[in-house]
Design a protein around this ligand. Structure first.
Ligand code: K1U
Ligand code: ZN
Length: 179
């Protein structure tokens, strides 16, 4: 397994639309394992292949406390969406920025699993939010795109500041995107 470098906003490679996986192979499974290792190490609860500079339609998630319930979705499709809820989101590609975003409350998803079998399921709560966030990554979209222009500008400044602080070895705590 390998830790993969995570691209950070405003890197243009985060804007590439990912291509479908034609066949699920050992190479796909290796990518999934590397993405899970990278997500757990970050730490995060989701990761899209776009974020590790692999423009393929693959995402991983694990919302469990013990980090022992990994989920891989290949070529995910949104079959149904209903309701709306606002949840605070973060993103490993926009470090240090946490903002409330409105998304569908309940969704129905179809995707391939790591064996290449079709899976169809419904999701709500944080799982639904996280799947929608990761599917946006596969379209080249970031959660900051859903914010007002002012909040997006503040998020950009905050992300830059976080990057400078990490490069100079200063750590920071979770906060909103404000200065
Ligand atoms: O896509 C990503 O960058 C991962 C992102 C997923 C996400 C989180 C919250 C709402 C929507 C999508 C993260 O994992 S950010 C980090 C995070 O939320 C977290 C980290 C450690 C423990 C618990 C949560
Ligand atoms: Zn993200």
């Amino acid at each position: 397994m390998a830790l993969l470098p995570i691209l950070e906003f405003p890197d243009e490679r985060l804007r590439i639309k990912a291509k479908p996986v034609i066949e699920v192979t050992d190479e796909t499974r290796q990518l999934i394992d590397d993405m899970l290792e990278t997500m757990y190490a970050a730490p995060g609860i989701g990761l899209a292949a776009t974020q590790v500079n692999i423009p393929q339609r693959v995402l991983v998630l694990d919302l469990s406390e013990e980090k022992n319930e990994p989920l891989a979705l290949i070529n995910p499709e949104l079959l149904h969406r209903e309701g709306e809820e606002e949840t605070e989101e973060g993103c490993l590609s926009v470090p240090g920025v946490f903002e409330k975003v409105k998304r569908a409350e309940k969704i129905k998803i179809k995707a391939l699993n790591r064996e290449g079998a079709i899976q169809e399921f419904e999701a709500e709560g944080l799982l639904a939010v996280c799947i929608q966030h990761e599917m946006d990554h596969l379209e080249g979209k970031l959660f900051v795109d859903l914010l007002s222009p002012l909040k997006r500008q503040l998020a950009r400044k905050k992300a830059r500041k976080e990057q400078r602080q990490r490069e100079s070895g200063v750590s920071s705590s979770k906060s909103g995107s404000g200065p």
